[in-house]
Design a protein. Sequence first.
Length: 317
Amino acid sequence: MTIRWGIIGASRIAANAFIPNLRLTPPNQIVAIGASSLAKAKAYAAEHNIAATFGSYDELINSENIDAIYIAQPPIFHADLALAAVAAGKAVLVEKPFATTKAAVANFLANAPADHLAWEALVFAFHPQTQIAAALTTELGAIKHIYSHHVYTAEKPDDFRKDPTLGGGALQDVGTYSLRAAQLIMNQTPKLVKAEAVLNEYGANLEGNAFFEYPTGATFHMHWSGKKVRDKSLVIEYENGSVVYEEPFSPAVTDYVLVRQNGSTRKIPAGEKTTWQHALEHIAQVLAGDIAPIHQIKDFSLLHADLLEQIDQVSRG
C-alpha cells in the first residue's frame, strides 16, 4: 500500500529533513506540494522532483490523490491547517510546536473527527534511543533529576522564528524539544517552580530557563536560547547512576547513550535509522492498518502547549 504524501509549505525543513527521509521509507511517496502561489509550488516541485503542484493549501487538502499531509508553516497556522486536513480525511504530521496556545490545541481536539490521525513532528519520540532513559530505571533506580538544553542562532535575519506574532521565539522553537523529552521520560504532569527569560527586540522569548518538579520528587531544568552556537544536551540522574545522551534529538549512527554506574561506563549505540525514518515508518504502518498509533497530538500536545504557555507567562513576569 503506497502512502501518498502532500506537503503544505515550500519550506527548508521539508527540503532538508522530511523529503530525503520520506524517500528512504517506502511505501511512503511524495506526490504533491502546495504553496502560497502556484509559481512558488512549481519552482519547489522542480527542485525536489515532486509531480503535482497546488497554488493553495485548500486545493491540496481536498485532493483525492493524497493520503497524508506534512504541514511546515509558521506555528501560528499549524492547528487550523491540521484541523482542515483531518476534516478532509487526511492523516497529518505537523511541524513543532503544534500550536502556540493550549486553547488552540483544545479547539483542534474538540473539532477533529474522533478517528483522526495526527502527529507533531517532534520525531525523536519515535526513535528507540528515546526509550532508554525510562527503561533504565529498573537498573539504575528512580530518576532524581533531568537537565536538557537546546540552543542555536537563527540562520536568516528575517526568520519567522524571531516573530512572536507567527509563533516564533526560541522557547517555542527549540525549548519544545527539551520539554517533550522530559515528558516522554517521566510521563507525569510537573509543577512549574520557576521560569526566567530574555526577550528579543520583537518580544519573542529568546533565551531562558525553566525549573519543574514532578509528583515523584524528581526535578527538571531546561534551558533554551536563540543566540548561541547550536548545541543540545540531555542528562538524567538516577538513584544509582546517570545517563548522558550524546545527541538527544537527532542521533546519527555514530551517536550513543552513555550509561554511568558504580564508576564504570558503557555505551548504547543510537542505531542506523534517523528519527524521521522511525516516525515515517510508524505512520505508514498505522495507515496500512498494521499497528496502533502512538505519540499522537491527542496524547501529548495539550499538556505540552499548556506547559509552554506557563513558562512563557511566568518568565515574562
